[in-house]
Ligand binder design. Structure first.
Ligand code: NAD
Length: 248
C-alpha cells in the first residue's frame, strides 16, 4: 500500500539528529523523499531514509543564513523536485536566566530559532504554493507555557515562532498551504540530556499526566499527520504533544 505521503518531497531542517532525524525517518516511511538542511552531516539520517527506499538529499546549511538557505532550496529543486512539506525543526538552546543571558546569546537564539524558520519558509513558499497540498510544520515547545527560568531566550523565541505560525497560516491559506506547529514537552534526545539532567527528566514525568518519558516518535507521528491529507483543514494551530503537562 502506498504511504500517506507518497510522491511528496519533505524538507526537514536540523534533521541530522534527535527529533528532526526521527521526523525525517517517519516522513520517509510514509512515502516522502527527504531533504535535510543542517550544520552537521546527516549520514545517519541518510541510512535511515535509504532503508525506506525513498530518495535523499542533504546539504550543510546554517538556517540563519539567507543566501545559504536560498541556495539549498534551489539544490533541493534540482535533486528531488519542488518541495511539498517544510518542517522547521532546527534550533539551538542557549541556557541562561534573565540576569545572565548575554545579548549575543539572545540574538543567536533568535537568529536560528526564529529567523531560520522565517527564511526557510520564504525560500520554499513558491514550491509550497505550487504543491496544491503544501505544508509548513514548525517544531515549537510547551516550555512557551511552562516557562522554565533558565530558558529565557529559547522560550521567547518559541513564542515568536508560534506567532509566525499564525500569521503564515493566514498568508498562505488561499494557496492551500497549511501552517501549523507541534509543541513538544521534554523529549529524550542527546541534546536535551546535555542541556538538562536525568533528574530534570524525572521531574518532567512527574508533571505530565502520561507518566513516561516523551520520545522523538511522540512528535514525528503528529508531524506526519499534519503533513498528510487527513489534516488538510487544520491551519494556524499549535498542537501540544506534551503528555498533558500543560493541562493539569
Ligand atoms: N528535546 C526536547 O526536549 C524538545 C522539546 C520541545 C521542543 N524541542 C524542539 O525540537 C527541535 C529539535 O530538538 P532536539 O532535541 O532534537 O535537538 P538537537 O540539537 O538534537 O537537534 C537540532 C538539530 O538542529 C541542527 N542545527 C542547529 N543549529 C542549526 C542551524 N543554524 N542551521 C541548521 N541546523 C542547525 C543541529 O545540528 C541538530 O541536528 C528543536 O526545534 C527544539 O527546540 C525539543
Amino acid at each position: 500500500m502506498a504511504g500517506r505521503l507518497a510522491g511528496r518531497t519533505a524538507v526537514v531542517t536540523g534533521g541530522s539528529t534527535g527529533i528532526g532525524q526521527e521526523i525525517a525517518r517517519r516522513l520517509a516511511a510514509e512515502g516522502a523523499d527527504i531533504a535535510i538542511a543542517d550544520v552537521n552531516p546527516a549520514d545517519e539520517t541518510r541510512k535511515l531514509v535509504a532503508e525506506t527506499g525513498r530518495r535523499f538529499f542533504s546539504d550543510k546549511v546554517d538556517v540563519s543564513d539567507e543566501d545559504a538557505i536560498n541556495r539549498f532550496a534551489a539544490r533541493v529543486r534540482s535533486e528531488l523536485g519542488s518541495a511539498d512539506i517544510l518542517v522547521n525543526n532546527a534550533a539551538v538552546v542557549l541556557l541562561a536566566d534573565a540576569d545572565h543571558v548575554t545579548y549575543e546569546e539572545w540574538r543567536r537564539t533568535f537568529a536560528v530559532n526564529v529567523d531560520g524558520p522565517f527564511l526557510a519558509s520564504k525560500a520554499f513558499i513558491p514550491d509550497l504554493k505550487e504543491s496544491g497540498s503544501g505544508r509548513i510544520i514548525n517544531i515549537t515547545s510547551s516550555s512557551y507555557w511552562t516557562a522554565p527560568p533558565p530558558f529565557v531566550s529559547y522560550v521567547s523565541a518559541k513564542g515568536a515562532l508560534n506567532g509566525l505560525t499564525s500569521v503564515l497560516a493566514a498568508n498562505l491559506a488561499a494557496h492551500d498551504v497549511t501552517v501549523n506547529g507541534v509543541a513538544a514537552g521534554l523529549v529524550r534526545t542527546a541534546a536535551a540530556l546535555e542541556n538538562t539532567s536525568e533528574a530534570f527528566f524525572e521531574q518532567a514525568v512527574q508533571v505530565q499526566n502520561i507518566k513516561r518519558v516523551q520520545m522523538p516518535d511522540d512528535v514525528s507521528g503528529v508531524v506526519a499527520f499534519l503533513a498528510s491529507d487527513d489534516a488538510a483543514f487544520i491551519t494556524g494551530q499549535i498542537i501540544v504533544a506534551d503528555g498533558g503537562s500543560t493541562r493539569r
